[in-house]
Design a protein around this ligand. Sequence first.
Ligand SMILES: Cc1cc2nc3c(=O)[nH]c(=O)nc-3n(C[C@H](O)[C@H](O)[C@H](O)COP(=O)(O)OP(=O)(O)OC[C@H]3O[C@@H](n4cnc5c(N)ncnc54)[C@H](O)[C@@H]3O)c2cc1C
Length: 204
Amino acid sequence: MPHKRLSGWGRTAWTVADVVSAREPDAIAHALTEVGPRGAIARGLGRSYGAAAQNAGGTVIEIASESDHEGADITFSPETGIIDVASSVSLDAILRFSVPRGWFVPVTPGTRFVTVGGAIASDVHGKNHHVDGSFGQHVRSMTVLLSNGEVVELSPHQNPEWFWATVGGMGLTGIVLRAQVALLPIETSQVLVETERLGNFDAV
Ligand SMILES: Cc1cc2nc3c(=O)[nH]c(=O)nc-3n(C[C@H](O)[C@H](O)[C@H](O)COP(=O)(O)OP(=O)(O)OC[C@H]3O[C@@H](n4cnc5c(N)ncnc54)[C@H](O)[C@@H]3O)c2cc1C
């Protein structure tokens, strides 16, 4: 396994780990069989500011890469508004797929360049947090690979304790392989803006 220096988006605490690139479930499961005593952690697009997707002296399984934006593994049901998506797919790729079809991601953080796996593991929030909650509230179900090699289906109704431990679990319960996420219908991708310029604050 290649040694690689990694940091978070904040570029502060660099550490070295054995980094394996694996996207398909079989390849991810195989990588897990070869980890040493310091274990393994999943890494999406590395947009966490801190060291969440690092593992000094251990293994990091890179589920996505910067060049992964084409050919996203997404299927969509317009009847239910739910996408079935690989955890490696970025919100950017989902939006490029869904907006022309009239649907939007229900919660978007300040960057679209995060993976579905990272969005679930950090339970990311957007500007609509006070109304719609965080990303995990829109995940209908997910498939997770546990450290013992077992693959489990999780939802708010099926293994709910594991489901909610994985939402916001920072990758510590296992590796999310796929997720089913409810999208929001939109009428248009454009915004109508009216601008009125005023001379000073008193005029507002
Ligand atoms: C410019 C900018 C703006 C941001 N704005 C916001 C914001 O408004 N709101 C907000 O909530 N966050 C925000 N963030 C943070 C970012 O949304 C989260 O850190 C997100 O988790 C990054 O996703 P990622 O795919 O890059 O994951 P990584 O950074 O690679 O990993 C993050 C965590 O997810 C885990 N993980 C990744 N993939 C998987 C997987 N398949 N299975 C299990 N665990 C996995 C990792 O182990 C790690 O613990 C922002 C970040 C940036 C750089």
